[in-house]
Design a protein around this ligand. Structure first.
Ligand code: KG4
Ligand code: ZN
Length: 393
């Protein structure tokens, strides 16, 4: 069983190819894992613009698929000139009717190489930026139409959960034997959710943000401090510096811990962002010292709130395990705080490998494999759904 995945939900175009090997727990090998980041482009504009992201995905996707196939040793060029039958060409044209350049690129690929030995295609259909998602979806539909390979629609947030459950055993991945009930904390650029998992593949959202996502708050605060996009790693680095230099945050730069005592599992980060802005406005110049203090205080505030909410969620659900996923789970300070909590509260903590924290194709391929092993039926008709909740996947 070989699975190719496509991920285009935000600002990374990603294609991954994995191969199921013998063994328990979904053991698989990674044949290729390609990521093309649009970060440089978005840094220029200070954030991700959906139509810009979409255009870049459309430019990159076909080439990335070919590169992944090549790396996986699955690309076989045709010996003789070949032309797609007119009926197939028309179908392809219809699928890619809004993506003229992608149609041309895909046609060259289909006519130039033989059908590869891929058994399934896992495609992120949501949640995310809908125009960006559509590029991946129509690309996957094109492969399905011409090569007849079944499609598995994958929820991006489920992908983040599964990424955290992967155990890397000398280059081979396995699904960790998680003890249930479990809780998942999903913290990314678009989402902040606490999910109850009574068993594998069962997701109930029991808490979420009322406004901004954690990653979004990191990015916005970074912008206020004139730090480049994405802001999370930048803020994290400055906060770490401040800790190493034992800097004390001055009284007037202290920040609230929003909703920390609300008694429920809701979170809110929009007010925190505004609080940063009000404090910064009192200063004529934002010195490096101020940047360090704000980064430290902001990261501490976010961490305090997340730890408090998770402590409550673990208590309420009697979870034996916490699975942390999404781009913000790359944050060293948050990881450390959750590790300490897991030790004091006695639950097992799963965090993704650093490379698998932020968006990637491997997590989508692994989730596809999970669906196949759970005999979830593939769907041929697909739609991008920007708001698809993990609870409904
Ligand atoms: O999961 P992800 O790659 O994309 C989405 O699905 O949104 O998450 C991206 C988010 C960005 O907001 C980025 O600033 C944040 O993850 N991020 C971090 C760190 N690395 C990435 N936030 C805090 N600390 C980090 N080290
Ligand atoms: Zn993500």
């Amino acid at each position: 069983m070989i699975i190719l995945s496509i991920e285009t939900s935000c600002d990374e175009t990603a294609v991954s190819i994995i191969k199921r090997t013998r063994g328990k727990n979904m053991r698989f090998e990674v044949l290729s894992n390609k990521i093309l980041s649009q970060i440089d482009l978005h840094t220029k504009y200070g954030g991700v613009f959906p139509m810009l992201a979409k255009r870049e995905h459309a430019k990159a996707l076909t080439q990335l698929i070919a590169e992944a196939l090549n790396e996986a040793d699955l690309l076989v060029e045709r010996a003789n000139a070949y032309h797609l039958p007119m009926s197939e060409k028309n179908k392809l044209k219809k699928i890619l009717e809004r993506e003229g350049d992608m149609f041309e690129a895909m046609l060259v690929m289909f006519e130039g190489i033989q059908k590869p030995a891929i058994d399934a295609i896992a495609i992120t259909t949501g949640p995310g930026l809908e125009p960006a998602l559509w590029v991946g979806v129509v690309g996957a539909m094109a492969l399905n139409t011409v090569w007849g390979i079944p499609l598995y629609p994958i929820n991006h947030m489920e992908g983040h959960i599964i990424a955290s459950m992967l155990h890397n055993d000398d280059g081979l991945y396995e699904l960790a034997p998680v003890e249930y009930p479990a809780c998942a904390l999903l913290i990314s650029g678009g989402h902040t959710e606490i999910v109850r998992m009574p068993k594998l593949r069962s997701y109930h959202v029991i808490g979420n943000t009322r406004d901004d996502a954690v990653g979004e708050a990191f990015d916005k605060v970074a912008r206020m401090l004139s730090l480049p996009y994405p802001g999370g790693p930048q803020i994290s680095a400055l906060a770490e510096k401040a800790r190493n230099e034992s800097i004390t945050v001055s009284e007037e730069l202290r920040l609230p811990r929003p909703m920390i005592n609300s008694g429920d599992l809701f979170l809110s980060f929009s007010g925190l962002k505004t609080a940063v802005l009000t404090r910064l406005k009192k200063h004529e110049t934002i010195t490096d010292e101020i940047k360090k203090m704000v980064s430290l205080e902001f990261e501490n505030s976010v961490t305090d709130v997340l730890v408090a909410k998770i402590k409550q969620a673990i208590y309420e659900t009697r979870a034996k395990t916490l699975i942390v996923g999404g781009g913000v789970s790359a944050n060293t300070h948050i990881r450390k705080a959750l590790k300490e909590l897991s030790e004091s509260e006695g639950f097992t903590l799963y965090v993704p490998e650093k490379d698998l924290s932020t968006d990637n194709g491997l997590m989508i391929a692994a989730t596809g494999l999970l669906h196949i092993e759970y005999e979830k039926k593939p769907r041929v008709k697909l739609e991008a759904d920007g708001a698809w909740s993990v609870a409904d996947c």
